[in-house]
Design a protein around this ligand. Structure first.
Ligand SMILES: [Zn+2]
Ligand SMILES: [Zn+2]
Length: 294
């Protein structure tokens, strides 16, 4: 039997987002169990935390900034247009999947669709995604872990959309006026920016191939968990450097087979064309079966 393991959660979310996390666990004063992730390599309090609370048939995943994360908060507030768009698209997908989504700005609840929040002054910022009516906390730890990973990864995908390319977190001085550790950076380099778009695309579209419907983990088991490729509908080489990728409309998950076939032509075959090829495959294998049955 699998346990609810914060380290396994940290590993899964790190792989999916390209940002290293460490995990911990605990219970609220009401006895509700939680798993929490913070970015690896930074003192707690200077960055952020993502906490998943596992309630009765319900999961609530909350993002909050650390008490000493004012530098990071101003960077998040000034996230570029592409980051804000990805953030909103991921939260839209959560909302479309039946979750309650709410921002918390300066202690007040706000809609994630409200663009005005970006122009206000921020004293505190957080957001939460809560999903009820789930078959969770009923004694199946493996199934619970899958749900916790799914919803935590979605929240993490929204968070990394707002992280700047590079953040320098202010040095925090200790009681003796000495800096606590060296200057810290959360670096989201170009590779990780692609990872950010990948994480957003999967948070929005799921892990099933959009052409053939295959979920690799369903076909091969846990070993293939998360094995899915993300395809740019319009090739990267054809869009200008200033182009803002929309992970909802520009990116699609494809299994390795369909992805390879899509790139047998340049520009690549569309999803519709791939689906038509698969219908051809069904039709011909159907004929073969019919013939062999004669
Ligand atoms: Zn496929
Ligand atoms: Zn591709």
């Amino acid at each position: 039997m699998t346990k609810l393991d914060p380290r396994a959660l940290a590993e899964a979310v790190s792989i999916e987002t390209g940002l290293g996390f460490i995990g911990s666990e605990g219970r609220t004063s009401e006895g509700v169990r939680w798993l929490e992730l913070i970015p690896a390599g930074h003192p707690a309090g200077q960055t952020f935390a993502i906490r998943a609370e596992i309630g009765w048939r319900r999961i609530d995943v909350r993002f909050r900034l650390g008490s000493f994360a004012s530098e990071l908060m101003s960077s998040v507030r000034s996230a570029d247009e592409s980051g804000r768009r990805v953030f909103r698209a991921v939260l839209d997908a959560c909302s479309n999947a039946g979750a309650d989504v709410a921002l918390n700005l300066n202690g007040a609840t706000r809609s994630h669709k409200d663009d005005a929040v970006w122009n206000e002054s921020w004293r505190s910022f957080g957001f939460a995604v809560g999903k009820g009516m789930l078959a969770i906390n009923e004694g199946n730890d493996a199934a619970d872990m899958r749900l916790i990973e799914e919803w935590t990864t979605r929240v993490a995908a929204a968070v990394i959309a707002l992280l700047p390319v590079e953040v320098e977190v202010e040095e925090i001085l200790d009681a003796h006026g000495l800096p606590e550790g060296a200057k810290m950076r959360i670096e989201v380099n170009r590779y990780e920016r692609d990872r950010r778009n990948r994480a957003a695309a999967l948070a929005i579209h799921g892990h099933r191939c959009m052409a053939c419907g295959t979920d690799m983990a369903e076909r091969y088991g846990p070993v293939a968990e998360g094995l899915i490729e993300v395809h740019h509908i319009v090739p990267v080489s054809e869009v200008g450097p200033g182009y803002i990728i929309n992970p909802k409309s520009d990116l699609v998950p494809l299994c390795p087979d369909c992805h390879s076939v899509a790139h047998r032509r340049s520009p690549p075959y569309s999803i519709k064309e791939l689906q038509n090829m698969l219908r051809y495959d069904c039709a011909t294998s159907g004929n073969i079966r019919m013939q062999s049955g004669q």
